[in-house]
Ligand binder design. Structure first.
Ligand code: AMP
Ligand code: GLY
Length: 418
């Protein structure tokens, strides 16, 4: 079997690793991949935005299945190009990807389908946004409408902070040169949870819940990042809460998409706040979470490939998923300066790892015979254990084996539950 995985993060390394453990023969291709992925997959050297050329490559090489990791190619319509050419691909089409690529589209979708979420206002320019923040009670959350790698959302505590962020969006054009819009959202308190399902557009298979750490600094301070760590299982997520999430949020979302005649096949990620009043949707993602995937897939006993094939063929009722009773904790090691400016090309040294630790690479590449840094989030160090406490200890034992100039990681991943 030949499989192409699109993307270059820890999520894609985890997907490649899981698939490699499931196929006895065949080849995994990665586009563009990273240093760690290069150890188990062949690199494909085509620009990721060139969907037509990627599809031609897939046809020529007779690749059986393409799995899309990140949101940008999904929002850009890679799946639509593949479908036109009758090539097998896992991920939602461009229309469906609006759930993630436009916060405003997603909020309106939630309103139409009575899916619980935070109250909100929409603004299309600086002045109307300013009028809104003049009237709100702080804190509020301001969200840039489009894709921004997790960095287009800011919790603001006062009017000045709000105006500063509005200037970033509308005057400094930090996220996009044109067509800027924002959502001003009610601030919700509670516990965050990542709830991820695989769906064929009718049925769904839930993955085990995970808890992600979005902020750069300990105690959840500082700006948002792509994710600085993660763990699974999540002790506060009871089976009652899971049933409630499915009933109030997952099922209405899938039905809402059907009502709009949107064929959704792929991963659907619900970023939730579990408030006193129940679960609320903070965001949808139309793909596996990163770093959630790095703690979820190592716990999956079943074949990911079989589930993906069942979803694509619209027979998810035949698929089931079994999980290992293990806990996993992921500590992300980032380049100093991330999520702002950082250096790349720094040599990464990895001392021999203890048992119960594995590494998923993110921003690395191989230069001659050694790994060097090539991105903001560099490595995911995943610890395994019978309990979260054991898994956490292992993860940090693993972190101590990594060395590069300026490396930064949070020391409090999974601390509050251990
Ligand atoms: P989003 O990309 O919309 O999930 O937002 C990124 C992060 O900002 C979330 O993971 C939360 O930590 C925080 N956040 C977003 N919306 C809200 C909200 N309405 N209330 C409180 N925190 C929020
Ligand atoms: N971990 C958050 C995300 O994947 O967007």
């Amino acid at each position: 079997m030949k499989i192409l995985v699109i993307g270059s993060g820890g999520r894609e390394h985890a997907i490649c690793w899981k698939i490699a453990s499931e196929i006895s023969s065949g080849t995994i291709y990665a586009l563009p991949g990273n240093g760690g992925i290069g150890e188990i997959a062949n690199f494909v050297n085509i620009p990721i935005e060139n969907h037509q050329e990627i599809a031609s490559f897939v046809k020529r090489e007779k690749i059986d299945l393409t799995i899309v990791g990140p949101e940008v190619p999904l929002a850009g319509g890679m799946v639509d190009v593949f479908h036109k050419k009758k090539l097998k691909i896992f991920g939602p089409n461009k229309k469906a990807a609006a759930l993630e690529s436009s916060k405003i589209w997603a909020k309106e979708f939630m309103m139409e389908n009575e899916i619980p979420t935070a109250g909100f206002f929409v603004a299309d320019d600086f002045n109307s946004a300013k009028v809104i923040v003049e009237k709100v009670q702080f804190p509020v959350v301001i969200k840039f409408d489009g894709l921004a790698a997790g960095k287009g959302v800011k919790v603001v505590g006062n009017f000045k902070e709000a105006v500063d962020f509005l200037e970033d969006v509308f005057e400094k054009h930090l996220f996009s040169q044109t067509g800027n819009r924002i959502v001003v959202e009610e601030f919700l308190s509670g516990k965050e949870l990542s709830y991820i399902v695989i769906t064929d557009g009718e049925r769904f298979i839930p993955l085990v819940p995970a808890k992600d750490y979005k902020k750069i600094y300990e105690n959840d301070a500082g700006p948002n990042t792509g994710g600085m760590g993660c763990y699974s299982p999540v002790p506060f997520c009871s089976s009652e809460l899971e049933r409630l999430i499915e009933k109030r949020i997952v099922v209405p979302t899938i039905k809402g998409l059907q009502k709009k005649s949107i064929d959704y096949c792929g991963v659907l990620y619900f970023g939730l706040m579990i408030t006193q009043q129940g679960p609320r949707v903070l965001e949808y993602n139309v793909r596996f979470g990163d770093p959630e995937t790095e703690v979820i897939l190592p716990r999956m006993e079943s074949s990911l490939l079989e589930i993906i094939e069942s979803a694509i063929e619209g027979r998810l009722e035949d698929a089931s998923v079994r999980w290992k009773q293990e806990s996993t904790v992921d500590v992300v090691i980032a380049s100093g300066g991330y999520p702002g400016k950082y250096d790349t090309g720094l040599p990464v040294d990895v001392d021999p790892l203890p048992e119960g630790v594995m590494i998923f690479h993110a921003g690395t590449k191989k230069q001659f015979d050694r790994f060097v840094t090539a991105g903001g989030r560099v490595l995911n160090i995943v610890g395994f254990g019978k309990t979260l406490r054991e898994a956490r200890e292992k993860a940090y034992e693993g972190v101590a084996r990594i060395h590069f100039n300026g490396m930064y990681f949070r020391r409090d991943i999974a601390q509050s539950i251990c």
